[in-house]
Design a protein around this ligand. Structure first.
Ligand SMILES: [Zn+2]
Length: 298
């Protein structure tokens, strides 16, 4: 068995133990699951949809979610599914979405749609770096000030051609017309916004919104913070820019009577997760264990 398979089964076993352990803990009273993906396989995505439906969750659109926040009342179990970045492979999920009649929102990065790839895909190409050093390099670039960030990402892309991984503009326009799909913004350049100037924040929030509105002919009122990085100032600014709901990567429980529209938690299902790992993440159990000081997982 190669190392990757071995780690996969270990994570699955760990998650299964967590799920079994959960049987002995009183369940959370939250009826809302907020789940997000990036570039999942259709197989994993369908298993999660099946699980949610089998467990009586109604998978709603962000418009319906917005109404629930307004009314502060909820009688049924609901799930909100969002997908970050705008990967071209997300198109493979459309058949599943149609089959089960469930709603998804895709948050897209406008410059990546125009250029074909995300900036971090270029990091390490042709440099013979291992996975850990590529990860360190991505974190370094993420922390740069805006001027250095824009400079480095445009430099990264020069002289390198890689296959397109992001939706094309035409695909996005078609997607926006799908009744089960909502399009939201994920900035222009997938920059970490929290430590940037007011001007940069405003440009990234507004320019992406305006571009998407021009392309789709729809109002763009939903946003997800790149890397989940947000601040109070950013929440306020997002509101001023006309966004109605903004999503973070916080993993806390959601209760319909106290949702902050500009910092809505979500639990990530990573692309390579096994089914048990995904379930333990959806229900927040995996993250609780991760918070313990003696546990180190990625
Ligand atoms: Zn992202």
């Amino acid at each position: 068995m190669n190392e990757r398979r071995y780690v996969h089964y270990l994570r699955e076993l760990f998650a299964l133990v967590l799920l079994l352990f959960k049987l002995f803990i009183p369940a959370s009273k939250s009826k809302i699951l907020s789940i997000y993906f990036h570039n999942p396989s259709p197989k994993l995505f369908e298993r999660i949809i099946n699980y949610l439906i089998d467990n009586n969750y109604t998978i709603i659109s962000l418009k319906q979610f917005n109404d629930i926040i307004d009314n502060k009342q909820l009688n049924e179990k609901i799930a909100v599914i969002t997908i970050d970045d705008g990967w071209q492979n997300n198109l493979q999920l459309l058949e599943i979405v149609r089959k089960y009649k469930v709603f998804i929102t895709i948050f897209v990065t406008t410059s990546a749609i125009e250029q074909g790839n995300f900036w971090w895909e270029y990091v390490g190409i042709g440099k013979n770096q291992n996975k850990a050093s590529i990860k360190r390099e991505i974190i370094r670039i993420k922390k740069l000030n805006a001027k250095a960030f824009y400079f480095e990402i445009s430099n990264l892309k020069s002289d390198i051609t890689i296959d397109r991984s992001v939706l094309t503009r035409e695909e996005l326009i078609k997607l926006s017309k799908n009744p089960f799909v909502t399009i939201g913004s994920h900035t222009v350049s997938h920059i970490s916004l929290s430590n940037k100037s007011f001007e940069v924040k405003k440009n990234e929030l507004l320019d992406s919104k305006n571009t998407l509105e021009m392309w789709t002919g729809q109002r763009i009122i939903y946003f997800s913070y790149p890397f989940g990085d947000y601040t109070e100032e950013l929440n306020k600014l997002a509101k001023e820019c006309g966004y109605k709901l903004c999503f973070t990567c916080e993993t806390s429980n959601l209760y319909s009577n106290r949702i902050d529209r500009y910092s809505i938690p979500r639990r990530c299902v990573n692309d390579n997760a096994g089914f048990f790992e995904a379930l333990s993440k959806i229900h927040g159990i995996w993250y609780k264990i991760k918070e313990l000081p003696w546990v180190h997982t990625n």
